[in-house]
Design a protein around this ligand. Structure first.
Ligand code: ADP
Ligand code: MG
Length: 674
């Protein structure tokens, strides 16, 4: 079996599920006259060798003539062995399969596959499978191994027949045999685009296994212990009263869900979704206060230093007046500072800790962590989130977990990859927001853009200028940012123009950002470091240079930095012609809508789910057969059957689940558990 392991195949079931990527049709013969008439394409012919010779012009080659009575075909072998010359001797009957091409002297086949036959050799009745493989593993070897496994493996069904009839799905054994050896005459397109019922059965089984295992993980989580944080706190009340705005109805609803979760004796695992600017931070703050009110610590992790710093500034300005101890922790802290922070965290003096990945380092130990908040969760890997969660005292209790994301996840993705999470959505934006007006503008009209910047600053507004993304080279990107800054500072004399980019020291970054927040900088030239989270309501104009180079989600996130106050905001997407089709589509979408959900859906259509979620998280590798975009209907059906089985709606629900999971999890060891 060693050879198969090179293809990632370890068990018999995995062997059986190594399905063909395409088929060859050797079930039919074409007569040579017809093949010659067709001139191109693949064909299989059978005939007798009428002549065979080694030619030396222009190079050494074996040329064989075959005739089937209707006409004669030339076969040409540029590499050949002596044994082949014998095999292809005059008078031999051969079956030949290959690609027809127009040569100098008529139609011919170069290096066709052939075998010696006699007149009674039957044609195969099934299509010949072609398997995904790698160097050194032949199709013949795979066909033999797989054929043997299909004979010895138990292929009995995991699902009752009545259920299959209802779902209009074939038996598992029929489906899998069919896919390995489909009969001649089958609709090949349905096989190739995987819409054939046999394929549907494979996909359905895979999806059902995934749903079951994720839902089981959710049930297992309910058996873990957390401290119920049920005291409705005085701090929370005071905080809400001190806010300069009233919580929206949507925020209150989401908070009610979070409060209910946190009051339970098992860990909350809630994903809070809300479009860019919908006000997730204040919800997180209230959740943190709830933990603190109950005598526990809260921690919040953000993906970038700028964002962590901003959260720290904002949240401590909100919370310090309430007499709370909020501390920030970052990778760039001086040792002395950091040690002091670590000891405050460990003794429990620090009630709310905000930071970047620095939070998940070994040295960080909490006294009694009750709640973990992960902002912009899609930026983190599953592993990183788990580490933070495990910072609680694992033996007695696990902290509650709140994850936040502005990337709305389309329904089918949510159903498959987040099936074990509870999801809350902040629908809509806080009142008074005016939608950002988006304009596309040709690079050539840069002067007009500069004029608009002047106008905005005259009105007391601030401006972001986002530098082009240069994926190939980070240093080139930084250089561009530095150059752009110099050019703009020159063009905008009299205005204060700042620069922030990823390579600056954290303290410098911090200084620039706080100068911008406080209005000392009017125009901020930035790389995508400002992409997530940054919140400066007075900024009302955003210019994105070479917008055609950015992805849709990224453009939406960037644009979300404006339109946060009560003035009209504008986003100018500068592009350079000529635009490719995808870029044109993206820019058009940006101009047409501000709705994060629609944008995410389009992004998914353009990029596909793997890239959409980031490979780390998409678990795309988990789903080999199902296609999230095309198989929405199967996903729904699998989810509802999983639900029915888990709630024991059938007398033998347990038996079915065990059988199904054994077959499929044995095959894919572990489905993603967040
Ligand atoms: P995001 O959901 O993108 O993280 P933020 O939490 O940064 O959004 O909130 C965006 C802005 O909206 C902030 O300036 C915040 O103070 C403000 N905000 C939040 N909730 C409300 C509300 N209910 N009414 C008015 N403004 C709000
Ligand atoms: Mg945010």
């Amino acid at each position: 079996m060693n050879k198969l392991e090179r293809l990632g195949i370890r068990t018999d079931m995995e062997t059986a599920l190594h399905l063909p990527s395409r088929y060859e049709d050797e079930t039919k013969l074409t007569n040579i006259a017809e093949a010659l008439f067709r001139r191109i394409g693949h064909a299989q012919v059978e005939g007798v060798v009428t002549a065979s010779e080694i030619q030396y012009h222009p190079r050494r080659q074996l040329v064989v003539f075959v005739s089937d009575g209707t006409s004669q075909l030339v076969l040409r072998f540029l590499h050949f062995y002596g044994s082949q010359v014998k095999q292809l001797a005059v008078g031999k009957r051969i079956r030949v399969r290959g690609e027809l091409r127009q040569g100098y002297n008529g139609v011919e086949m170069i290096h066709p596959a052939y075998r010696i036959v006699d007149e009674s050799t039957p044609l195969p009745v099934a299509l010949t499978p072609v398997y995904p493989t790698c160097d050194g593993i032949s199709q013949n070897y795979l066909r033999k191994e797989i054929g043997a496994v299909l004979k010895r493996l138990d292929l009995s069904d995991t699902l009752p027949e009545a259920l299959l009839a209802e779902l209009e799905l074939p038996l598992f054994s029929d489906a899998i045999r069919f896919l390995h050896n489909p009969p001649a005459g089958v609709d090949e397109n349905a096989l190739l685009d995987r819409s054939h019922p046999a394929w549907k059965r494979m996909k359905f089984d895979e999806l059902l296994a995934q749903q079951l295992s994720m839902r089981r993980a959710q049930i297992a989580r309910r058996r873990q212990k957390s401290h119920p944080l049920e005291k409705t706190g005085e701090l929370t009340e005071r905080f809400v009263r001190s806010l300069p705005f009233a919580l929206t109805h949507a925020q209150q609803e989401v908070l009610a869900e979070i409060r209910e979760d946190m009051g339970r004796a098992f860990p909350m695992q809630r994903l809070l979704q809300g479009d860019v600017g919908s006000g997730k931070t204040v919800v997180a703050a209230i959740a943190a206060l709830l933990a603190i009110d109950n005598g526990f610590q809260a921690a919040m992790m953000a993906p970038t230093e700028i964002l962590a710093e901003q959260h720290f500034e904002r949240l401590s300005s909100w919370m310090k007046p309430l007499g709370l101890s909020v501390i920030g922790i970052s990778g760039s802290m001086k040792k002395k500072e950091k040690d002091a922070a670590l000891s405050m965290i460990q003794t429990g003096q620090a009630q709310f800790v905000i930071g970047t990945h620095a939070l998940i380092q070994d040295a960080v130990r909490f006294a009694n962590l009750g709640l973990v908040i992960v902002d912009e969760q899609h930026r983190f890997g599953v592993g990183q989130r788990l580490v933070l969660r495990n910072k609680g005292d694992l033996h007695s209790a696990i902290p509650h977990q709140l994850m936040m994301s502005a990337t709305p996840i389309p329904r089918t993705l949510a159903m498959t990859f987040y099936a074990d999470l509870d999801v809350s959505v902040i629908a809509g934006l806080p009142p008074g927001r005016k939608p950002v007006v988006t304009r596309l503008i040709d690079q050539e009209r840069r002067d007009e853009v500069i004029a608009r910047i002047h106008a905005a600053t005259l009105d007391g507004r601030q401006v972001y200028w986002v530098c082009p993304l240069i994926e190939e080279s980070e240093s080139l990107q930084l250089q561009t940012a530095v150059d752009t800054h110099a050019v703009l500072a020159d063009a905008l004399k009299g205005l204060s123009v700042g620069l922030v980019h990823g390579r600056m020291k954290p303290v410098e970054k911090q200084r620039v950002m706080s100068d911008f927040v406080d209005g000392r900088i009017q125009v901020l030239v930035a790389t995508t470091v400002i992409e997530v989270g940054v919140d400066v309501p007075n900024a009302s104009l955003m210019v994105i240079e070479h917008a055609e180079r950015f992805g849709l989600s990224q453009l939406h996130q960037l644009r979300g930095r404006v339109g946060r106050g009560d003035v009209d905001s504008v986003c100018l997407l500068m592009y350079q012609k000529p635009l490719g089709e995808t870029a044109r589509q993206r820019l058009r979408t940006m101009r047409e809508t501000n709705d994060g959900f629609i944008i995410a859906q389009r992004d998914l259509e353009i990029r596909g789910p793997g890239e959409f979620l980031g490979s780390r998280q998409s678990g795309q590798a988990m789903l080999r057969f199902a296609d999230l975009e095309k198989d929405g209907e199967l996903i729904e059906k699998a989810a509802s059957l999983a639900e029915a089985l888990l709630t024991k709606r059938f007398p033998d629900s347990d038996k079915i689940m065990t059988a199904h999971l054994t077959r499929w999890l044995d095959y894919r060891e572990e489905f993603l558990n967040i």
